[in-house]
Design a protein around this ligand. Structure first.
Ligand code: TRP
Length: 334
């Protein structure tokens, strides 16, 4: 028996190289060793996105990106959160065992709510409880997440324990984080001290998964350089060189130190050309597959419909047990 993995990604427009190397590629690799359930979390996105057309389009776009990057719907379950109602119902039940004090400690809520906390939506506050419900509805054992989600995952463990204590000993396994490789922290091509982000103004700062070969090549060739001789890893004084070496190593799937040693004497401009060629070779096929899928929404929708059915087949029996543990009277006729 392989262990079960659950992870989620919000349906946002503009997935980029940082998302790919930092998370999505690992999701694809994990399929070899685990039973994987991957969820496009539109209910979570609703905490910030109130634009139905964007929600609709972004959900398909993210599905296409995941499929193009190697999530295999025959091996794994890929589905949309709102298609499986167990998430919302379990979230409510977990709300009832989660103390406010735990939610008050969540740094992401504080950041997202900002100064105007009185106007922040209840859903934003309860966001991590829904995340716990996502994981626990499948009794998942492992959750691949980035550093930024560590606190939410610890909370999921605490919520699972709280439910177990209140209703049924050892009912939920405590999900363990699989923290994704921190060396895959990809920075902006315009400023090596800032994370690559869809919200940075200049599109030249990032490689989008929707960029074609020409755009990928151009962006690497125009990436910010420094004026030292050769290439070297030096976080403090050479953030751009460090970032480009990291990207190279990640794309080539080679140890960073080895890539750096190989390029200690390479000119920056020559290195950028080499990196551009490597990136095009690795990313252009993904881009082409993503475009093909986006042009065939019926295929995406069919894959997601199948995924939702398979997800529900796992989550509903768990939810039934949860309802029974809570003492809910089930509808029956004598
Ligand atoms: N909050 C996660 C993020 O923004 C997305 C997410 C929702 C998730 N539910 C999850 C991640 C369950 C892991 C497990 O990245």
């Amino acid at each position: 028996m392989k262990g079960r993995i659950f992870s989620g990604v919000q349906p946002t427009h503009g997935l980029h190289l940082g998302n790919y190397l930092g998370a999505i590629r690992n999701w694809a690799e994990l399929q070899a060793a685990y039973d994987c359930i991957y969820c496009i979390v539109d209910l979570h996105a609703l905490t910030t996105v109130h634009d139905p057309r964007a929600m609709h389009a972004n959900t398909r776009e993210v599905a296409a990106a995941l499929l193009a990057c190697g999530i295999d719907p025959r091996r794994s379950v890929l589905f949309v959160q709102s298609n499986v109602f167990a998430h919302a119902e379990l979230a409510w039940i977990l709300n009832c065992v989660t103390p406010l004090g735990w939610l008050n400690r969540m740094t992401q809520f504080k950041e997202k709510a900002g100064k105007n906390r009185e106007n922040a939506a209840l859903g934003l506050y309860a966001y991590p409880v829904l995340q716990a419900a996502d994981i626990l509805a499948y009794k998942a054992e492992y959750v691949p997440v980035g550093e930024d989600q560590k606190q939410h995952l610890e909370l999921s463990r605490d919520i699972a324990s709280a439910f177990n204590r209140a209703f049924a000993e050892d009912f939920f396994p405590l999900p363990a984080p699989l923290i994704l490789d921190a060396t895959a922290r990809i920075m902006s091509l315009r400023d090596g001290t800032k994370k690559m982000s869809k919200s940075e103004a200049s599109d030249m700062s990032r490689i989008n998964l929707t960029d074609d070969a020409e755009a990928i090549s151009l962006k690497f060739q125009k990436a910010k350089s420094d004026s030292f001789e050769g290439l070297a890893i030096d976080e403090a004084s050479r953030p751009e060189a460090t970032n480009l070496l990291r990207i190279y190593a990640a794309l080539a799937e080679r140890p960073l130190a080895e890539v750096a040693a190989d390029h200690a004497g390479t000119q920056f401009s020559a290195f950028k050309r080499e990196l551009a060629d490597l990136a095009v070779a690795k990313l252009a096929p993904l881009n082409a597959e993503m475009r093909r899928l986006m042009a065939d929404p019926a295929q995406i929708d069919a894959i997601l419909a199948d995924g939702a059915e398979r997800a529900a087949a796992i989550a509903l029996p768990v939810l039934e047990e949860v309802r029974a543990a809570c003492g809910f009277l089930r509808p029956t006729r004598g």
